[in-house]
Design a protein. Structure first.
Ligand code: FAD
Length: 220
């Protein structure tokens, strides 16, 4: 899995802070830019603590994500408050086997061998179909959930907080959880106020929205 932050709003925290200040100010929004940074930062912290997260919709982030499974992207694109562009299996011929091995299978020598042999058979059949002039869009029907794919996703910061709450949680599947944690790590460098407490609800809200008392992170 590769995850790279390839773009984000300029002034990712200043603009939401200006938006917050604007709501209680006689000043014109363009003049709020001159407010001292520490004042804007404290407004942003205050408003976020109150739970008024609409202001952080004014800032967004774009990630390039590669070599993840189609299982992962199927889960990722369920997050509707986002924009996506994904490598097409209709137009791209995926001749070479490229797939994700789940860690629990990877850790078991016998299962790993069986898994790899299955993938070899799948790709052999895929390539046979392509050689028989079956279009890639139809040949791909034999490809597995494990097949690697590449995707670009853009989300605003509010949607990202929701994404991290759901997908950094131990209840989420390991692959998307790894992705979410890598994305969060990048964002904490670029927008530390917004993403300081981001993560599963046990971290961000001090409650377990799954109410899973067996979870090692269940709040005491
Ligand atoms: C651990 C886990 C297990 C899951 N298992 C399943 C499963 O078995 N089957 C399955 O189908 N899905 C499953 N999902 C997917 C889940 O149901 C959501 O579709 C997905 O997490 C996206 O969340 P979201 O709707 O909050 O995000 P977004 O689509 O980004 O929406 C963000 C927020 O915007 C609001 N919103 C968005 N669209 C609407 C709307 N149309 N109407 C009203 N409000 C809206 C909601 O407040 C929503 O929380 C699972 C998710 C997780 C984390």
């Amino acid at each position: 899995m590769n995850v790279k932050l390839i773009g984000y709003s300029s002034n990712p925290e200043k603009i939401p802070a200006m938006a917050a200040k604007l709501t209680h100010s006689i000043a014109k929004p363009e003049d709020l830019e001159n407010n001292p940074d520490d004042e804007l930062n404290s407004i942003l912290k205050h408003v976020l603590n109150l739970g008024h997260t609409s202001i952080i919709e004014h800032t967004s982030f774009t990630f390039a994500i590669s070599d993840v499974s189609r299982s992962l992207t199927h889960q990722l694109v369920r997050h509707r408050i986002a924009s996506y562009a994904q490598q097409s299996q209709r137009y791209v011929n995926l001749k070479k086997p490229n797939y994700v091995i789940p860690p629990k299978i990877n850790a078991n020598k016998i299962m790993k061998k069986a898994y790899q042999e299955t993938m070899d058979i799948i790709w052999k059949q895929y390539n046979t179909l392509i050689e028989m002039n079956i279009p890639a869009e139809d040949s791909r029907y034999v490809l597995p959930n494990a097949a690697c794919t590449n995707i670009i996703v853009t989300m605003n910061a509010r949607s990202l907080l929701n994404f991290f709450e759901l997908r950094c949680c131990l209840h989420a599947q390991w692959e998307i959880r790894i992705l979410a944690n890598l994305m969060l790590k990048e964002l904490q460098k670029k927008a530390p106020i917004i993403f300081k407490d981001a993560g599963p609800s046990c971290k961000s809200k001090g409650i377990c929205t799954e109410n899973n008392k067996e979870c090692p992170l269940y709040p005491k």
